[in-house]
Design a protein around this ligand. Structure first.
Ligand code: NAD
Length: 422
């Protein structure tokens, strides 16, 4: 779970996405009115949720669900439980999902949801009641053909199981494909838990190959050791890279000779934090972002590298495991400095790709072996990376700009075929 206490979002994240889209559109020949249409979320729902707490009293919570786009298919995207959730943030995350699914060439639009709450301060029963009430209030918003949630920061497979059950009870039949990221027993996919981190590894590997960097001779710094960061670190280490810095919300550790990620995983399983691991020394959290390493993986939160600190970044390649860890201003500076950034909508698309596989398997009622899931994921990630790299080379732009250009182009192409019901 991500940093609950100290997280603030001073910058409008949705404003950042709009800037990125305008930037990409300025390089393309897209009708401005059409652009306006595809930039705006199509539907934003706010729900006020009374929840009975364990002490018998009711407490009110606020929840959101934003469907940014259904042009390419049902809205798809996670649900975040965090005290810092805002409509602005949920709109940004929903929009990113539209562009991510388009880059990954999967038949989904973009959606995202969130509840303003601190899941660490709620009991399991309170979390269950909150989740069921949120689902019940959004019963006509969700659906396997309409809008399909998944876990995000502060939620997990158990949350998805409660949503699936509540939705199914209201409909009167079991509908496993209404959510992804479910436990295996109720229709989850093998390989889903590791999918985002695995996708990060694939794109970093492809990028290193393109830049002529030998991954097995590379050093790596990872910010965030949750689902994405820990798997990415583990798989990059398996590729031969040396992981020299790792952090989480409680602190950071460093070992110039390499941190044994398998041992660190065992340590974190017991102690719930990276600090205290015997195979590394404690360091300052900011050292992780500004380390002199070949590869930096920000895999925690938004707005970590900003105009204020970007000049301290010394990595050669940055793979955005998190969504939006670099602000647009900082991104422009990194590009000028010659630092290659693999953008979030490409780098962390592995999660939604395997979510798509999960949805397909649920609808077929037939489940693939893990090796099959990973094989198909690799094909999709490498294809997406190649498409983006090709566009970047052709247009002489950053990978981020290229990814947005491809994403917009694909959404516009579908709109041209479907027409606008105006
Ligand atoms: P998580 O809750 O499992 O892990 C987050 C990690 O970040 C934790 O280790 C936490 O301690 C750490 N962290 C929080 N604040 C920090 C700080 N200030 N400094 C350093 N570390 C900090 O979440 P996750 O699922 O790994 O998601 C991480 C990011 O990746 C989020 O931006 C999420 O939206 C994005 N993402 C996740 C997935 C997925 O499938 N899980 C897919 C795409 C994108």
């Amino acid at each position: 779970m991500a940093n609950i206490k100290s997280r603030t979002i001073p910058i409008s994240v949705f404003g950042n996405v709009l800037k990125l889209l305008d930037n990409a559109a300025s390089k393309m020949n897209v009708d401005p009115a059409l652009m306006q249409y595809i930039k705006e979320p199509r539907r934003s729902t706010i729900v006020k949720l009374p929840v009975r707490m364990d002490n018998g009293e009711f407490k009110m919570f606020t929840g959101y669900r934003v469907q940014h786009s259904i042009v390419r298919g049902p809205a798809k995207g996670g649900i975040r439980y965090h005290p810092g959730v805002t409509l602005d943030e949920v709109q940004a995350l929903a929009s990113w999902m539209t562009w991510k699914c388009s880059v990954a060439k999967i038949p989904f639009g973009g959606g995202k949801g969130g509840i303003i709450c601190d899941p660490r301060k709620l009991s399991i029963k309170e979390l269950e009641r909150l989740t069921r009430r949120y689902t019940a209030d959004l019963i006509d918003v969700f659906g396997p053909n309409v809008d399909i949630p998944a876990p995000d920061v502060g939620t997990n497979s158990q949350t998805m199981a409660w949503i699936m059950d509540t939705y199914s009870m209201h409909k009167g039949y079991t509908s496993s494909s209404v959510v992804t990221g479910k436990p295996l027993e109720i229709g989850g996919s093998l390989g889903r838990v590791e999918a985002t981190g695995r996708g990060v590894m694939f794109t970093v590997r492809e990028c290193c190959q393109k830049l002529g960097m030998d991954i097995s001779n590379s050093t790596v710094s990872v910010q965030g050791f949750g689902n994405v960061g820990s798997v990415a670190a583990d798989l990059l280490a398996a590729e031969g890279a040396t992981i020299t810095y790792v952090s989480d919300q409680y602190g950071a550790i460093h070992n110039p000779d390499g941190i044994d990620i398998q041992k660190l995983l065992k340590h974190v399983e017991k102690r719930k934090k990276v600090v205290g691991f015997r195979g590394a020394k404690k360091c300052k959290p900011e050292d992780v972002l500004f380390a002199k390493v070949d590869i930096l993986i920000p895999a925690a939160l938004e707005n970590q590298i900003t105009k204020a600190n970007v000049r301290k970044v010394r990595a050669k390649v940055i793979g955005e495991g998190a969504n939006g860890p670099i602000t647009p201003e900082a991104d422009a500076i990194l590009y000028k400095k010659g630092i290659t950034v693999i953008p979030d909508i490409l780098c962390n698309a592995g999660g939604v790709i395997v979510s798509y596989f999960e949805w397909v398997q649920d609808r077929m009622g037939y489940f693939w072996e893990e090796a099959e899931v990973n094989r198909r994921l690799e094909i999709k990630m490498v294809e997406a990376y190649d498409d983006v790299q090709q566009m970047a080379d052709d247009e002489n732009v950053s990978l981020r700009l290229a990814a947005y250009m491809i994403a917009i182009k694909r959404v516009v192409a579908i709109l041209e075929l479907r027409g606008i019901y105006a």
